[in-house]
Design a protein around this ligand. Sequence first.
Ligand SMILES: *[C@@H]1O[C@H](CO)[C@@H](O)[C@H](O)[C@H]1NC(C)=O
Ligand SMILES: *[C@@H]1O[C@H](CO)[C@@H](O)[C@H](O)[C@H]1NC(C)=O
Ligand SMILES: *[C@@H]1O[C@H](CO)[C@@H](O)[C@H](O)[C@H]1NC(C)=O
Length: 259
Amino acid sequence: MNLIPKILIFIIIEVRWTNSQEFYGTCNRPFSCGTISGFQYPFRRHQDPAQCGYPGFELNCDEQNLPTINITNIRYQVLGIDPTNQILKLVRGDMIDSICPQDLVNTTIDHELFDYTSSYTNISFLFGCPISFDVVGMIDSFLCGNNGVSPVILVPGAQGPGLCKTSVVIPSPVGFMSSTGLVQVLREGFDVRWKVESRPCTDCTLSGGQCVYDVRASLTTCACPEPPLLADSCSKVNKPEVSSPSSSSSSSSPGTPCF
Ligand SMILES: *[C@@H]1O[C@H](CO)[C@@H](O)[C@H](O)[C@H]1NC(C)=O
Ligand SMILES: *[C@@H]1O[C@H](CO)[C@@H](O)[C@H](O)[C@H]1NC(C)=O
Ligand SMILES: *[C@@H]1O[C@H](CO)[C@@H](O)[C@H](O)[C@H]1NC(C)=O
């Protein structure tokens, strides 16, 4: 009669233990993605379990290539990562092979997750402008592949289309002097800083745990190699109470098995 609950509890502990081992073991060792190494939480590979990374930090990894990440439905190629300063260097996926954006959308980032670093400026590509169009401060003007017959006009700042059909705003590193080298500069991409706090993760890692995302609670937590399985950090947490103390009504019977 006593045996069945024992077995049940044993099974439950086994299952939780096994899951935690998996949770702990499969996530967040620093990993490489494509040709770049040094990624860790909040990033995860697209194919990793959801709890391995913070939502919005999924990378597409392809052995020979640079990683890509989708932010606000735009595919960016990751040119570099600076984990200490939480900086990613990005370039729009549709501007890798051409100075002209192929998708006529403004560059946007998710400001909940990322900020531009201070060292950027806006450039606007004006498409479909009238033939004799001329603007003050024009940086450059050139033909843009299959985007129409009229040349694209580059102007500084985030500008609306005005008399042109479409404007596409692109962040660019500050300091370029003229159109000379602009292609190069745009290819170098721009920096964004990710805003997910690293401090709790540092604490977690130092305590022997690995940062994971608790999908149910929607927050970053710490996966420990031993119970307690999930905590703020592994060493700081008290020993778990595996069985609840016997209900206070009757004094504990000495013969009761204890887990
Ligand atoms: C990323 O965005 C591109 C469009 O820019 C889309 O084709 C692709 O399916 C997206 N990938 C993921 C994993 O969401
Ligand atoms: C760039 O343009 C966006 C709007 O598209 C604006 O919110 C942002 O402040 C601009 N940044 C700079 C540095 O001018
Ligand atoms: C890009 O942003 C500008 C304002 O910053 C806006 O006027 C323009 O319509 C936007 N372009 C697209 C394609 O949404």
